[in-house]
Design a binder for this molecule. Structure first.
Ligand SMILES: NC(=O)c1ccc[n+]([C@@H]2O[C@H](COP(=O)([O-])OP(=O)(O)OC[C@H]3O[C@@H](n4cnc5c(N)ncnc54)[C@H](O)[C@@H]3O)[C@@H](O)[C@H]2O)c1
Length: 326
């Protein structure tokens, strides 16, 4: 099949692109900033040659439709977004990209009658834990976003449902929380990936909010989830909670300290005002996907990747862990 990955040059997009290529699909990356990207960090030269790159802005509906038509695209992945703090600092621009941009994707789906859209929502739709008495949070928990980022994801979820009901657009959104892995560049939860990179390189690192119990979703699992959702039978819901391994930041730092001699991680007290513990049993039952990497395995693989790319010797106990053939 032919897939267009909007925002495909970013962190999750690079892994999705690599996974889809390995599964034998044609991948077109549509992204406004092809210069600074994760693709070159994750894909081999041979894999990079197989991709078609289109420099385009998702806020330009005509350009998006042209890229879809010219490349005979079947289905879309939408990842283009302004994250935190960018969306808080410039809400006007965030509305343009995160709300109007996502709506352009839905419009393109409807007017070109494409097969499937897969996109990434977030735990940020739920807001602060103080308004959520039940954990893990059910799929249909009340949404009370406390940031521009979460409010626009909430709007995106509403619009995806609207386009499904009124225009027949087949979409699946997955509410990811904290995705970690090699090559992450942006977003509030980049601190987790930075902590692991610094530990792997033996560099000092101060980590705030050590008491936050976050969901550790390894990027290899996130890419497989998105690839799986692209071709799965249409499930009953348009949006699914996605959780993997919920542990405190302090616990993860402790695991790194056991794995790597002489880590210099300074974990501070405090917790982020967000819900990370989501009940993803419906995703397993209805979409048929369950992540495979435990936090321990994700850390071992991530540390291995960092050391290998830096040309440093492998730390005993860390290793390349491949749970998927493709
Ligand atoms: N990384 C996480 O932990 C996480 C968790 C939950 C949800 N998400 C969501 O997943 C998606 C991807 O996240 P990521 O970490 O890969 O982000 P990223 O910032 O690394 O990638 C986003 C990509 O979108 C591109 N982009 C931004 N504005 C654009 C525009 N107007 N037109 C075209 N391209 C544009 C950027 O250039 C970038 O390459 C986002 O929607 C994010 O909100 C991420």
């Amino acid at each position: 099949m032919n897939f267009l990955v909007i925002g495909g040059a970013g962190f999750i997009g690079a892994y999705v692109t690599r996974t889809l290529l390995a599964q034998g699909h044609k991948v077109v990356v549509y992204d406004m900033s092809l210069a600074e990207n994760t693709l070159g960090k994750v894909l081999s030269a041979e894999e990079l040659e197989k991709i078609t790159m289109v420099s385009g802005d998702v806020t330009d509906l005509a350009g998006l439709i042209r890229a879809i038509r010219e490349n005979d695209i079947d289905s879309l992945v939408h990842l283009a977004y302004w994250q935190i703090p960018a969306s808080n600092n410039n809400p006007h621009k965030a509305i343009e990209i995160n709300a109007l941009g996502f709506n352009n994707t839905l419009e393109a789906m409807a007017s070109l009658n494409l097969k499937r859209l897969v996109w990434t929502s977030s735990n940020a739709v739920f807001g602060s834990p103080k308004y959520q008495p039940v954990t893990p949070l059910p799929n249909d928990a009340i949404q009370k976003p406390n940031l521009v980022y979460g409010a626009l994801k909430s709007l995106n979820e509403f619009m995806a449902e609207h386009y499904y009901t009124h225009r027949g657009v087949d979409s699946i959104g997955v509410r990811l929380c904290l995705v970690y892995g090699y090559g992450r560049m942006r977003g509030a939860s980049t601190f987790a990936s930075d902590m692991i990179v610094n530990a792997a390189l033996g560099e000092p690192c101060v980590i705030d909010n050590g008491d936050s119990e976050v969901d550790w979703y390894y990027v290899e699992d996130a890419a497989q989830l998105i690839a799986h959702a692209l071709t799965a039978p249409t499930p009953p819901r348009r949006i699914y909670n996605a959780n993997s391994d919920v542990q405190t930041v302090r616990h993860a730092a402790g695991m790194l300290a056991e794995m790597i001699p002489d880590t210099k991680l300074d974990v501070k007290e405090g917790a982020l005002d967000a819900n990370w513990d989501l009940d993803s049993s419906l995703m397993e039952e209805e979409l048929g996907f369950k992540p495979k990497y435990s936090l321990d395995e994700g850390l071992k693989d991530f540390v291995y990747q960092v050391r290998e790319k830096a040309g440093l010797e492998v730390i005993p106990g860390t290793e390349s862990i491949r749970h998927y053939e493709n």
